[in-house]
Structure formats: structure tokens, C-alpha cells
Write a protein that binds this ligand. Structure first.
Ligand SMILES: *Cc1c(COP(=O)(O)O)cnc(C)c1O
Length: 222
């Protein structure tokens, strides 16, 4: 069930700080998305390709769809015509495929690079060194149809606020370094996508300007 009061409150809080709210609607029905759409929400996040493409067909064209999950190279084609921002790019191979599919669709696709900040082995993403290497490779090729707009990260799932804060801080520090080096003349490198339902307040304090919130808005996923 959609929590409209929670949306009003979070939306107001984030708007005042110029933080973009991505409403994470994975596993939730189209009717739930419509409810938030009618309140004014336009950015929605999904992490399964098939679910996203099915929902996109049934919902208004002015929704900005964020793909927040781990993306397989062979699935890029399905979302390339319409996706607004791909959050979790973690290899050069994936980036090159996004560029190829963007070119076929005659558009530029915005992406974020996923940085691994959690102390959990299972989560995807790259460390500082891997991101630097990827960006050096991007500099050698010319990927005209992708814009790398920033970084995305997922903190460790823990009650230890200091740890979460330190992880977000590490991402934001590296984000600022990159903005001053690889992206000096690229104004579009401007997004730090950190923070979910449990830790978005910490993320904003640490410099996050895009948060991905699901359960606070749509209720817990079963
Ligand atoms: C599911 C998901 C979210 C939202 O999680 P909540 O805890 O429900 O807010 C955010 N980011 C990613 C990458 C997700 O997969």
C-alpha cells in the first residue's frame, strides 16, 4: 500500500535540499506507481529489466525511469530506447554496450558508475582504482552516446551509523576528486546516488543529492 503521507513529507524534505527522490517501485503494481505519479512523483526506480519494460508500456511517457539494479550486457537493448538513468555500471564492457545501444537509438544515455563501499562481498561495484582504470579507458575510446553523470553506492546493511556515514563519505570524497580531474569540463558529472529507506538522512548529510527510496513509500516488499 502506498504511504502518501510519507511521500509528502520526504518529498518536501528532499525538495528543500535539492535532492532528487527516486521512488523505488520494484515488485509493486502499476496502480501504486500511478498513485505517486498523481501526487507529482516522476522519477521511479526498477531493478528487473522485464518488469521495467512491462511497466513502462502501461504508464505515462513523462516518467523518468531509473534502472538501479545490476544490468547484464544482453539486457541493455530492451531499456535503451527509454531509460533515463542507469545507476549501476560496473564494467567497461557494460558501458561500451550501453553506448552502442544508445547510438542505435540515436540518443545519449546517462549513467552512474557503481562504487563498492559496503563491507559485504556480495554487492556489485568497483573500487577507486577500478573506476580510475575504467575512466582512463573511456578517455581512449570515444563513447559519444553515454554521459557518465556521477557515482552510485550502497552502504552496508547495518545499524552502525558511523560505519554507514564513513562509507558514504568515502564515495562523496572520491566523487569530488573525479569532478576535479576526469570531469573538469563536464557539467553533467553532478550526481551522487546514495541512500535508501534506512539511511537516506545520513546520505544527504554526506553529500548525496539523489536517494533511492522504496519501502518507506510503498511498504515493505515480501
Ligand atoms: C531496492 C533498492 C532500493 C530501495 O530500498 P528500500 O530499502 O526499500 O528503500 C534502493 N537501491 C537499490 C539499488 C535497490 O535495489
Amino acid at each position: 500500500m502506498v504511504n502518501k503521507a510519507a511521500w509528502e513529507e520526504i518529498h518536501k524534505e528532499l525538495d528543500a535540499k535539492s535532492v532528487t527522490l527516486v521512488a523505488v517501485s520494484k515488485t509493486k503494481p502499476v496502480s501504486d506507481i500511478k498513485e505517486l505519479y498523481n501526487l507529482g512523483q516522476r522519477d521511479f526506480g526498477e531493478n528487473y529489466v522485464q518488469e521495467l519494460t512491462e511497466k513502462q508500456l502501461q504508464l505515462p511517457a513523462d516518467i523518468r525511469w531509473h534502472y538501479i539494479g545490476h544490468l547484464q550486457t544482453n539486457k541493455v537493448k530492451a531499456i535503451a530506447p527509454f531509460v533515463h538513468l542507469i545507476h549501476a555500471v560496473d564494467s567497461f564492457k557494460l558501458l561500451a554496450e550501453i553506448n552502442k545501444q544508445a547510438l542505435k537509438n540515436n540518443r545519449v544515455i546517462n549513467v552512474l558508475l557503481q562504487m563498492h563501499i559496503a563491507d559485504e562481498e556480495t554487492k556489485f561495484g568497483m573500487d577507486e582504482k577500478e573506476i580510475t582504470t575504467l575512466l582512463e579507458n573511456v578517455g581512449k575510446e570515444s563513447l559519444q552516446n553515454v554521459h557518465i553523470c556521477g557515482l552510485m553506492g550502497i552502504a552496508t546493511n547495518t545499524d552502525n551509523e558511523r560505519q554507514v556515514q564513513a562509507e558514504f563519505s568515502r564515495l562523496h570524497t572520491f566523487f569530488r576528486q573525479l569532478a576535479g580531474s576526469f570531469f573538469r569540463d563536464k557539467a553533467y558529472f553532478s550526481i551522487c546516488s546514495i541512500g535508501m529507506s534506512a539511511d537516506y538522512k545520513i546520505a544527504i548529510r554526506e553529500g548525496g543529492n539523489m536517494v533511492r527510496i522504496g519501502s518507506l513509500l510503498f511498504g515493505v516488499r515480501l
